[in-house]
Design a protein around this ligand. Structure first.
Ligand SMILES: NC(=O)c1ccc[n+]([C@@H]2O[C@H](COP(=O)([O-])OP(=O)(O)OC[C@H]3O[C@@H](n4cnc5c(N)ncnc54)[C@H](OP(=O)(O)O)[C@@H]3O)[C@@H](O)[C@H]2O)c1
Length: 264
């Protein structure tokens, strides 16, 4: 399979590295890399044994897939005359399939919504295509768990949870750390690591619970005894409207996704 990358930043690099990891030498996987500044593309091509493409126009026209891995704002400056039957995978957040098909006069655009943890091979990656793309989905499995969406609308809704999700988790972790230090009279001994390990262990338990069809509520109840320490903390969260705050945050994020798609 031959794949051309336009953009070799965080995502382009994570995807290419994932592909290489999944496909051993001599498997027929050939990667081509282009970036305007040239350096990142050259470095990645050297490191992964791929082809460095100096100018966008020199990207071969007969590759199996092309990956758009630049920032949405770079789309204005990006032009490439794809063959009409080219298959393109876009990771551009907030850019719909219709807009890309129209811009490039092509009919096969798929979308991938990765998240930050996929750069280390974990995380929830969302995929949507309205044509046969099993070959690409097989490759993408190296980046973490791949979830195939039923529609682009579904992808836009879930993006607020999986794409933005890590930032919301990090904010939650920051508050854990801040309050731990405050209660511990300003001492920060191991605070960050204690929180990180608490989140890591909890995520592992959640993963197991999903496999065993156990709800997150049950997991919570297993840590909570009536009138105990955890119960007290959860009561404060409930009284202060945590549920309402989270609902508002996700609704606002989805609304913003739709605005960005419309170019607002
Ligand atoms: N990072 C995330 O967690 C995340 C999650 C979901 C979706 N995404 C999406 O992934 C995309 C890439 O994000 P990123 O974090 O990887 O960005 P990034 O690290 O800033 O990398 C952007 C890359 O695009 C290249 N580029 C700029 N203009 C270009 C053009 N006209 N043609 C070809 N390549 C061009 C840059 O080249 P130079 O090296 O020459 O500057 C750079 O290699 C974005 O659309 C973002 O919405 C990212």
């Amino acid at each position: 399979m031959k794949i051309g990358f336009f953009g070799c930043g965080n995502m382009g690099t994570a995807i290419a590295e994932g592909f290489k990891k999944n496909y051993p030498e001599n498997s027929g996987l050939e990667l081509y890399f282009f970036t305007p500044s040239k350096t990142k593309a050259k470095d990645l091509a050297d490191r992964l044994g791929g082809h460095f493409v100096s100018f966008a126009v020199d990207m071969p026209k007969d590759l199996d897939w092309y990956i758009l891995a630049f920032k949405p704002q770079s789309l204005m400056d990006f032009n490439f005359a794809f063959n009409s039957n080219a298959k393109v995978l876009s990771v551009l957040a907030g850019t719909g399939i219709e807009a890309l098909e129209k811009k490039f006069q092509i009919n096969h655009v798929a979308r991938l919504m990765p998240n930050t943890p996929s750069s280390i091979g974990f995380g929830a990656n969302l995929f949507y295509a309205n044509f046969d793309s099993e070959d690409m989905k097989k490759l993408l499995a190296a980046l973490g768990k791949l979830f195939t969406m039923k529609s682009e609308k579904e992808m836009d809704i879930i993006t607020s949870f999986s794409g933005s999700g890590p930032a919301l988790v990090f904010e939650y972790a920051r508050l854990f750390e801040k309050h731990l230090i405050a209660l511990n009279a300003g001492a920060s001994n191991d605070a960050r690591e204690i929180i990180a390990q608490t989140f890591l262990g909890s995520a592992k338990l959640m993963e197991k619970a999903v496999q065993e069809n156990i709800s997150f509520e049950t997991l919570r109840e297993q840590v909570t005894s009536k009138k105990g320490v955890t119960f007290e903390a959860l009561q404060i969260m409930e009284k202060n409207g945590l549920d309402h705050i989270m609902g508002g945050a996700f609704t606002a994020a989805y609304k913003r996704t739709l605005e960005i798609k419309k170019g607002i």
